[in-house]
Design a protein around this ligand. Sequence first.
Ligand code: FES
Length: 155
Amino acid sequence: MIDSDYELLDNIIKRYDGIEGSLIQLLLDLNSELHWLSKDVIWHLSQRIGIPRSQIFRVASFYKAISLTPVGRHRISVCMGTACQVRGAERLLDTTESRLGIIPGQTTKDRNFTLNRVNCLGCCAIGPVMVVDDDYHGRMNSKRTEKILNALGAE
Ligand code: FES
């Protein structure tokens, strides 16, 4: 971690200073800012709030919303539900994989992108669907995928 990361970490920890039972919210806030919690972050947190690392790891690993592995600045999810597959989701995934050089579950070396495949997102009518960070993109095709990835600085 760099100095500014420690500063950010300390500022978030201060929000919950003295608030009983706030570990989960604290971890969620940290995850939201840092995108994932490294061993260094957990070690520092443990030192600052006086809760054993093992306990923090246990809580963090229980919640799917908290990541203990690196996650890119941009999270891309391609829906591979049946309706999206029928409408070309496989091509979208191929385009994204080859453009980023990663497969689902991986993060690019520059930590810019994490790619995932997901099941039905509940908006089949606009399939195939891709979620980029928190934005849903419907009726996707390879050309639009390239455009989005370019806008986000994919190499
Ligand atoms: S199958 Fe993709 S949104 Fe339902």
